[in-house]
Design a protein around this ligand. Structure first.
Ligand code: ARG
Length: 571
């Protein structure tokens, strides 16, 4: 027995759904694909779902839905029995590691992309019935604290740390790290020595240094929480890097004992085991035409542990504690090598583990000049400033469109629109490509933007307001809808694909599929609404059309919620 996937037809001219995998199956079975398709067709029983099924091209099967099936599926959705998707039959435990900003540094636009993508992926997987565990892997440990401690003790502005803690911590970090960099003009050996000394003291549990470190975390956390509050993002756990400190020594000794890590130039590292061709081996790198070691260092010469060690300990902890079937890491593309090495090293350490490991990486955000997105003075853009600006710009648009609304209402609309627009701009592009950040584009009311979708949703709500009707009313479960016009049929068929899109989002970790789907759905709704009068039509037609409106509104609302985007009934 083999099962063959049926997908929406790329071109509706050919049908509604298509099975294109029979060709591959025919090849395996050394059969003529059209003949195999004919045999499958002869045995196929789809009940009354299809009006016809055709063999096409080299051996495709194209399915055309029957009017009965369309009316029945809409009817059951209108009765509240489903919303065009099914929960998974194989629920998995999925750990999603996202956002993960670094303490004492302001969150920047790269972290928003991780936050927004990770949050959307968690929401979709959860809706489909998976057990999702979100974990914010805060960067709260590491060599930067040596420098931060020196800065805190010598150059801290005690006023500024009160009202702009992240700005002040960033300033002292930048200043001291400049003095610690042998390649920079201001290099100062004594500062470098004291940074090392402070770090060693911190790691040894010096009470004063631990106290300052705790304070730095507290101050940073408060700012992060404020941002997460604005974004509507919550985590099940925030286990920072420091949480794993006590496990690092044991991770290194286990890897040494297992022969996975070896001593190399005084450090301990995972090196190539030559099981892969050099091109695919993450522990090799090509230099001047030669393949040379690219070690994954887990303990430095001075005995210190690395990002790599922490990530190995973290992964082991997640599997032990949560029995994860899948662990997903959402970070920018510059960490690809780190994760390839991490996954390969972990597999050698625990060959028995079947857990799926995925690095869901994304490209950079560029300014309109095509260079990395920065402020005018060349600084990285702070997330809080970005969100403020989004709301301000949205307020200008809203005030222009609806000057008569009271200010509090205009502000609430701008918040929903501004934050939604920034999130959508992060979600819509294929995540692996860089994208150009443009305020005009992301706030446009026309085009594939959050405001356009939010507006489309509000317009559906307004139909019910105008008719003095309840938007969430349900029909009796046995009633079928009367669907006859081509635009009604097209809209219905678009609704049917919601579940397939959600499955694809989870399969490929790509929320942009959902963005594009909602955009197309909004377009399909517009052409329905322009061609098929709703409130003014005959009673039974009117009922069916109102149901179509209701269901479209529900799917829009559900879809935007999954993207972490709020909606308004009136805009
Ligand atoms: N803190 C890191 C950064 O800002 C991201 C951490 C990602 N998660 C992990 N388990 N390595 O780049």
């Amino acid at each position: 027995m083999a099962s063959v996937l049926v997908q929406p037809c790329p071109d509706p001219k050919f049908g509604d759904y298509q099975a294109n995998a029979l060709m591959g199956l025919a090849k395996v079975r050394k059969m003529n694909p059209r003949q195999l398709a004919a045999e499958v067709l002869a045995k196929l029983d789809v009940g009354d779902c299809c009006q016809k099924i055709e063999i096409a091209g080299a051996g495709f099967l194209n399915f055309h839905l029957s009017a009965t099936a369309i009316a029945r599926t809409l009817g059951s959705a209108a009765a509240g029995e489903h919303l065009f998707f099914e929960k998974t039959k194989e629920p998995k435990t999925v750990v999603i590691d996202f956002s993960s900003p670094n303490v004492a540094k302001p969150m920047h636009v790269g972290h928003i992309r991780s936050t927004v993508l990770g949050d959307a992926l968690s929401r979709v997987a959860r809706l489909l019935g998976h057990r999702v565990i979100t974990d914010n892997h805060l960067g709260d440990w590491g060599t930067q604290f040596g420098m931060l401690l020196v800065g805190w003790k010598t150059i801290l502005d005690s006023k500024r740390i009160q009202f702009d803690p992240l700005g002040e911590m960033e300033r002292i970090y930048k200043e001291i790290s400049r003095r610690c960099d042998p390649d920079k003009p201001g290099f100062d050996q004594p500062t470098l020595d004291s940074a090392r000394g402070e770090l060693v003291k911190l790691q040894a549990g010096d009470p004063q240094n631990l106290g300052i470190w705790t304070e730095m975390i507290r101050l940073s956390q408060a700012q992060f929480e404020a941002i997460y509050g604005r974004l509507g993002v919550r985590f099940d756990h925030t286990l920072g890097e420091s949480f794993y400190n006590s496990r690092l020594a044991s991770v290194v000794s286990q890897l040494m004992t297992a022969g996975v890590a070896t001593e190399t130039r005084g450090a301990k590292a995972v090196l190539s085991d030559e099981s892969l061709p050099p091109k695919e081996d993450p522990f090799l790198v090509q230099k001047e035409g030669e393949w040379v070691p690219n070690p994954f260092i887990i303990q430095k010469q001075d005995g210190g542990f690395n990002y790599a060690t922490t990530d190995l300990a973290t992964l082991a902890y997640r599997l032990e504690t949560w029995q994860a079937d899948e662990v997903i890491y959402v970070t920018d593309g510059r960490q690809q090598l780190h994760f390839r090495q991490l996954f390969a090293a972990f597999r050698r350490w625990h060959p028995e583990v079947r857990t799926k490991l995925a690095h869901v990486w994304f490209g950079s955000i560029l300014g309109e000049d095509g260079k990395p997105f920065k402020t005018r003075s060349g600084e990285t853009v702070r997330l809080s400033d970005l969100l403020d600006e989004a709301e301000e710009r949205a307020l200008r648009v809203v005030s222009e469109k609806s000057p008569d609304l009271p200010e509090t209402e205009r502000r609430e609309i701008s918040r929903v629109v501004g934050i939604g627009a920034v999130k959508y701009a992060d979600l819509l592009p294929n995540r692996q490509s860089d994208y150009v950040f443009s305020w005009d584009k992301l706030l446009a009311l026309n085009g594939n933007t959050a405001p356009y979708l939010q507006y489309a949703y509000a317009r559906i709500c307004s139909i019910f307001r105008k008719g003095g009707l309840n938007a969430s009313e349900q029909r009796a479960s046995n009633s079928e809808l009367r669907i006859t016009e081509p635009q009604e049929i097209a809209l219905a068929k678009k609704l049917f694909n919601f579940g397939l899109v959600l499955d694809a989002v989870v399969q490929e970790n790509r929320p942009n599929f959902l963005c594009n789907y909602l955009y197309e759905l909004a377009g399909q709704f517009t052409s329905f609404y322009e061609n098929c009068p709703v409130l003014k039509s005959e009673p039974d037609v009117r009922e069916s059309r109102l149901s179509l409106c209701r269901l479209t509104g529900k799917v829009m609302h559900q879809g935007l919620t999954l993207l972490g985007i709020e909606t308004l009934e009136q805009m």
